[in-house]
Ligand binder design. Structure first.
Ligand code: DAV
Length: 368
């Protein structure tokens, strides 16, 4: 496990060892992955747009404790789970990279606004996206997350030096113009003032990407990504039934070509998945009183594919493990409930930088 240093000279292109970054799908055999870290994590600084996505029980905590450390005991247990995930992935033959430990408690100031602190480097899936040989840095709409990808910059620079393409989105201004009341101007908390998205609202299917609109992803952001990726990729907006939408990866989880795990409360069938087998995920096994500051218990289905026959699943999600096993998958069971509390599971906390395989076409795209 290393956080690689930066070499002094320019982008030398690909070396003989194969592309430094190569990942086109959510399921091709995984060779290298970034696993996030909760070290130094703090509570997010409250902004009104959060109330559309964050559990109401967390609002007062965020309002009062933005920029101050997450509860220490729970945080330590969660970081141990992340370290253990890294070890399990290595034992499965996957190279693991970790981010720098950033100082998330420091305030963020721009000419227009201030935030009491940052957040964490736990969820690289939110701020970064690998599409083929490119790493995209997302323009995230929470002010406290403006600098979140900085913790991954040593890795990004190292990948770039070794031939990856680096696509940082236009830096968002995140002024008040971006935020709107839901209902007044539309169903979402972000306007079309400037491009914003979280990378976790997208899923990769070879030459096709699927995205949901959400309280952190606007049409302008989707258009920017389309333009940045160019004509080799198509980006399809799918409908989901989720008034609290923020990140698609507890709603739709592709596990292999033709195999889709879906959230039965949120999935709306799209003709893109015509011909796919669809498994509604069993209800999450998490007890109702488990502390969840950032997300719903449906992160149970936020699994990580190691290859088209293998998934990493939370050890206590027995109904899901049984359903996936019956569907022909090998389940690698890992304890992860303490991480759940801070906003995600195996898909959220990882960024798959190298998977085998190249671009394919897997979706049923009308007219193609
Ligand atoms: O609350 O179901 C979880 C996704 C986090 N990246 C939810 C969304």
């Amino acid at each position: 496990m290393t956080s690689e240093g930066v070499q002094p000279t320019g982008n030398p292109g690909r070396t003989g060892a194969g592309p430094a970054v190569n990942s086109y799908t959510e399921w091709d055999p995984l060779r290298e992955v970034v696993v996030g870290s909760l070290l130094g994590a703090v509570f997010p600084t409250w902004q009104e747009s959060m109330k559309h996505t964050m559990p109401p029980s967390a609002w007062p905590v965020f309002r009062e404790r933005g920029g101050s450390p997450l509860p220490e005991r729970h945080l330590k247990a969660a970081e141990a789970e992340l370290d253990n995930l890294a070890e399990v992935l290595e034992s499965e033959g996957v190279r693991v990279r970790r981010p720098d430990t950033a100082r998330h408690h420091r305030p963020i100031r721009t000419p227009e606004w201030e935030s009491d602190g940052g957040l964490y480097a736990a969820m690289p899936r939110d701020s970064l996206m690998v599409v083929g040989d490119a790493i995209v840095e997302a323009p995230m709409s929470w002010r406290c997350r403006l600098h979140e990808s900085d913790a991954f910059r040593p890795l990004i620079k190292s990948y770039f030096r070794r031939g990856a393409r680096w696509l940082p989105a236009p830096r968002p201004q995140l002024t008040d113009d971006l935020y709107q009341d839901v209902g007044d101007s539309g169903p979402w908390a972000v306007s079309e003032f400037e491009p914003v998205f979280d990378a976790a609202d997208f899923l990769r299917f070879g030459r096709d990407l699927v995205v949901q609109r959400s309280h952190v992803t606007n049409a302008f952001g989707i258009d920017w990504l389309r333009s940045a990726l160019g004509p080799d990729f198509s980006v399809h907006v799918v409908e989901t039934d989720d008034p609290h939408a923020m990140h698609i990866d507890a709603t739709i989880t592709p596990l292999a070509p033709g195999k889709l795990l879906v959230n039965p409360e949120r999935y709306v069938h799209s003709e893109l998945f015509d011909g796919w087998e669809i498994l509604p995920a069993p209800s999450p096994a998490l007890p109702a009183d488990w502390p969840m500051y950032f997300c719903s218990p449906w992160v149970s289905m936020n699994v990580l594919s190691l290859d088209p026959g293998t998934v990493v699943v939370e050890r206590q999600e027995r109904p899901l493990i049984e359903a996936l096993t019956a569907w022909g998958f090998r389940c690698v069971e890992v304890d992860f409930r303490h991480v759940y509390s801070f906003g995600g599971s195996f898909h959220c906390v990882t960024l798959d930088t190298v998977r085998e395989g190249g671009p394919g076409r897997y979706l049923s795209v009308p007219g193609r």
